[in-house]
Design a protein around this ligand. Structure first.
Ligand code: GUN
Ligand code: FE
Length: 454
């Protein structure tokens, strides 16, 4: 019989397709040395009982208690790590003012590595405790502090994709917070890429460098072009903000007489490994370009309610075949939880479909066929995030990483309202998605290693 590092027994929820979840009731999950799911075994399989007997009672056998369930770890496609220090504050002013009044002054403080360590340690632990096993991070313009974030992810066991932010345009960025000049922005980015690739050699769960122009308004054409070349040279991930708000979208139209999507494409920044945050104002050709280039969308529903001036037609973009995942957008979004963003993704889509202005007749109020279900929102937080990053994560399935969260629905201090012994499992899944709190997340595993328990 094959030897496994861990064997788990329990009921898991994973995505079968973007619209449907799969319920694996009382399955066995065999984890190999690399932390990958080597085998998923149903109770009807011939090797179920022999495996169970071989592992039962051993320290690497984990039987979930009654009321506990497995979910894939969440994948957060958009976090501004430094902004954790201002989460929940100053959300009632427009994006441009928020950036200049609060965000840039805060981010400039990450030149101080002691301050960076304090915030980044707390953030990575907090995200893990919220069930988030993979994160695509914006750090700051500072190369050293950005590398420190990658090191903290490596050490705490989170799969981190980290970008040193580029903001080089002296006309658009304050003197106290920008790259010294275009050349140093590009040199620092290349050195950062090489340093993270070196770090990655010893990190089981993976850390990855990300080419990160903050958004077009922050960057000169020369920087954008240089970053596109670096992305191609190192086959690196790329992230930025794209068509987020009326102001940001309008700025790019004024500068290039085209939308963000085509401007980013001109600079070589739309690639299979590109993930663009928000994308609320993509038009049809923009969306087609995303689908053709394999560029993914990081949908940030909580943040969008504050800064995006609109609800993104996420169902429409999904139907076009664009990869979409979810992002908290800390701190444009106040919450570190993708559970909160799953909920908001459903709520916002329903408000888009029905419309929100009660003085209009019902048939004029909304945009038909905009709603997504909780199953689809769960897909975005898990499998959709994995597809966006082209990594084998986000599903509880053979040959995927063992990145999971164990949810306890019977915790005395945070019991979910399950009163019927025979409640159907899809109903339990829905209750978990809508009602689970961080206390319910008892264990979090990344790449076969336990990285959080409470
Ligand atoms: N656009 C450019 N920078 C930012 C940022 O930090 N947050 C959000 N939401 N949008 C941005
Ligand atoms: Fe953002």
């Amino acid at each position: 019989m094959d030897k496994y590092m861990q064997l788990f027994q329990g009921t898991a929820f994973s995505s079968q397709s973007p619209k449907e979840i799969q319920i694996l009731k009382d399955y066995l999950f065999a984890i190999n040395e690399e932390g990958m799911i080597a085998k998923v075994i149903s109770p009807e399989d011939a090797d179920y009982q022999p495996l169970l007997e071989a592992y039962r009672g051993k320290s690497n056998f984990h039987r979930l208690a009654e009321g506990q369930y497995l979910l894939p770890g969440f994948i957060d496609l958009h976090v501004h790590a430094p902004q954790w220090a201002q989460s929940g504050t100053a959300l009632d002013i427009p994006l441009y003012d928020w950036l200049n009044t609060y965000t840039f002054p805060l981010e400039s403080k990450f030149a101080d590595l002691d301050f960076a360590k304090k915030v980044y340690d707390d953030l990575v632990s907090t995200l893990l405790a919220n069930g988030t096993t993979t994160v695509l991070y914006f750090a700051t313009v500072h190369k050293e502090a950005s590398l420190l974030l990658a090191e903290i992810c490596a050490e705490k066991g989170q799969r981190g994709l980290v970008g040193k932010v580029v903001m080089d345009d002296p006309a658009q960025n304050p003197e106290y917070y920008r790259d010294a000049d275009t050349n140093s922005a590009l040199v620092d980015t290349e050195e950062f890429i090489l340093a993270v690739r070196e770090l990655a050699k010893t990190v089981k769960q993976g850390v990855y460098p990300v080419v990160t122009p903050r958004f077009i308004p922050s960057c000169t054409n020369e920087a954008l072009e240089g970053l596109g070349k670096l992305a191609a040279k190192y086959d690196a991930y790329v992230q930025s903000h794209c068509s987020e708000s009326d102001w940001a979208h309008g700025y790019v139209r004024d500068r290039f007489d085209k939308n963000d999507a085509f401007a980013l494409q001109d600079f070589g920044l739309l690639r299979e490994k590109s993930i663009m945050a928000h994308c609320n104002f993509l038009d049809e050709p923009d969306a087609d370009l995303f689908a053709e280039t394999g560029t993914a969308i990081a949908h940030c529903p909580v943040s969008n309610a504050y800064f995006a001036n609109s609800v993104i037609p996420v169902a429409h973009f999904h139907a076009k075949g664009i990869d979409i995942g979810l992002g908290t957008d800390i701190s444009g979004g106040f919450s570190p939880s993708l559970f909160d963003n799953v909920r908001q993704a459903v709520i916002s889509s329903r408000m888009l479909e029905d419309g929100v202005n009660p003085s209009l007749p019902a048939h004029e109020r909304g945009v038909p066929e905009s709603r997504i279900t909780i199953d689809e929102a769960f897909y975005l937080a898990t499998a959709g995030g994995g597809e966006s990053l082209s990594l084998p994560i986000g599903r509880i399935q053979q040959n995927y990483a063992w990145d999971v969260q164990i949810i306890d629905t019977k915790l005395p201090s945070a019991k979910l309202p399950i009163f019927d012994e025979n409640e159907d499992l899809h109903g339990i899944f829905e209750k978990i998605m809508y009602l689970a709190r961080p206390e319910n997340i008892r264990e979090v595993w990344v790449q076969g290693e336990k990285v959080h328990s409470r």
